[in-house]
Design a protein around this ligand. Sequence first.
Ligand SMILES: [Zn+2]
Length: 218
Amino acid sequence: MALLRVRHCRALLYCRRAPPRCPACGGDLRAAGLAAAPVRLRCPFRHGHGQPHAFLIRPSRGTFLHDYRGHCDLHVGITNSRGLVYNYDQEGVHRAASGWEQCISIPLVQPDMWELLQHWDNLLEEFSLEEAWLPHRYEEQQHNCYTFALAFVNRVRQARGRAALSKGEFTQRFLLPHTSEASRYLALQQQLQHSDVYVVPLAEQQHHSGAGSHSLLE
Ligand SMILES: [Zn+2]
């Protein structure tokens, strides 16, 4: 169901359906004009198998919208050109054609990188056959799904003459903008399970927008 945001007086109102009156000031929202028109928030989750050449994140069990409660194990993978998700766990590398239907998706390749696009599937397949990704090498903290996906990203970067990214750099620069958006969306979803309208005073918006930004991957 859609999530809407309405801006009125000194507040942002989040709701499923715009109320007739502003719960912050009591004013008539229908008379408030374009400035108070509801804006539909973009759902941050994507069907992962329809996202080629991407870094995908999903909960290890269940889905973000139904099961995620702030802290749970996450699993990551990389898609090839056909949306097959290469992901590493204690059983080795999987090439999944299902199970990634609701993901945070981070595109890795720009459309003008045509040479990389041509070789992507072979690079990913060959990389996943390397000895480092045999089942017995798996280690929950230090050599896991994230190690696999980041090592592939770095392999591609280095082949293009770019510096490898540390886990911290990758998380900060590429993942956090997406995971914080997803955290905010899920937090609003949860608020709206208990009330019809969730009011955020504009003065708190700054603080609010950073809430939960470290809970997904740190
Ligand atoms: Zn108001």
